[in-house]
Write a protein that binds this ligand. Structure first.
Ligand code: ADP
Length: 282
């Protein structure tokens, strides 16, 4: 979009001078356009399961004399209402995350517990797909944050790793200390981090799509996403949770080879000498 500069005020300052006040509205217009797109997408996404539920309820009525057909349509209705519930929950989660600038209830958390809970939440999906989730790396590390949010973020990454890999595959969650850039890291510097890397050997993501997967409702393959109960909001939620914790999420991927998504959080145990603010220049 071109810059939107408007003439906000003209004030005469005497016979030969006027004061022109120009205002740059580029950012506020961009924010407004993003909001409009989001509302349009939400309406579209909600219409799909609502429409399906309406058609399925008609089908149940028409099939009243055929118990097998009724069971079949009732099953589909249950799946559509689960989808609708997930969608509504994620839309609300995302709006809350966008409104909040900091973490809601930060506390010192054991990384092992966060990982265990996230893995536990995908155990049913893993089992259904005959896949396994393996946890490796360092134990006994800590992060500072909101447990429910961090579990949600990691759960989303592990769920995707399972969903976008063939059945009977292995997903690895590796916990390690790292160095890198998180929010607020001055240019050219790196800080100690706690990295939670989720790797799969699934379908992978092309370079062109990599730039877009964190956008709300963006899916590389909408049919595949839908068949695994995806809403297209999962990664957007992960990105916001990472940001609210002063962290970030990095991705490496190659089409046909697999992907690694790394949730990178600031290391609260790093000594003050390791923090960028405590460094002496040079
Ligand atoms: P969805 O609910 O569709 O999974 P996400 O926001 O979690 O939405 O992810 C957006 C898109 O990114 C997915 O639809 C999928 O195309 C792609 N994607 C996410 N994780 C992976 C992965 N581990 N491997 C391959 N593609 C992925």
């Amino acid at each position: 979009r071109p810059p939107a500069v408007v003439l906000a005020r003209v004030t005469p300052l005497g016979p030969h001078h006027v004061l022109l006040l120009l205002e740059d509205r580029t950012e506020s217009r961009r924010v407004e356009a993003v909001r409009r797109d989001f509302v349009a997408n939400v309406s579209h996404e909600l219409k799909t399961p609502v429409g399906a539920l309406s058609l399925l309820s008609e089908a149940v009525e028409d099939a009243a004399d055929d118990p097998d057909a009724v069971r079949h349509f009732a099953g589909r209705m249950r799946r559509e209402s689960t989808r609708l519930a997930t969608l509504v929950k994620e839309i609300i989660d995302l709006s809350r995350l966008q409104a909040a600038e900091t973490v809601f209830r930060p506390e010192t958390l054991e990384v092992d517990q966060v990982v265990a809970e996230a893995v536990d939440r995908v155990s049913t999906v893993a089992q259904q797909r005959g896949s396994e989730v393996v946890v490796t790396g360092q134990r006994g590390l800590h992060v500072q944050g909101d447990k429910e949010l961090l579990v949600t973020a990691l759960r989303n990454l592990v769920h995707n790793a399972l969903a976008y890999s063939p059945e009977r595959s292995r997903v690895v969650v590796e916990v390690r200390r790292g160095v890198g850039r998180v929010i607020g890291t001055p240019a050219g510097q790196q800080v100690p981090t706690i990295d939670l890397a989720v790797s799969d050997r699934g379908v992978g993501i092309s370079q062109a799509d990599l730039n877009r997967i964190f956008e709300r409702f963006y899916r590389v393959d909408p049919a595949r996403s839908r068949s695994t109960g995806g809403t297209g909001l999962g990664l957007s939620i992960v990105k916001h949770i990472a940001g609210n914790h002063g962290g970030d999420v990095k991705v490496w991927s190659a089409e046909g080879e697999g992907s690694t998504f790394t949730l990178r959080l600031p290391d609260p145990d790093a000594g003050p000498a390791e923090r960028p603010t405590a460094r002496t220049p040079g």
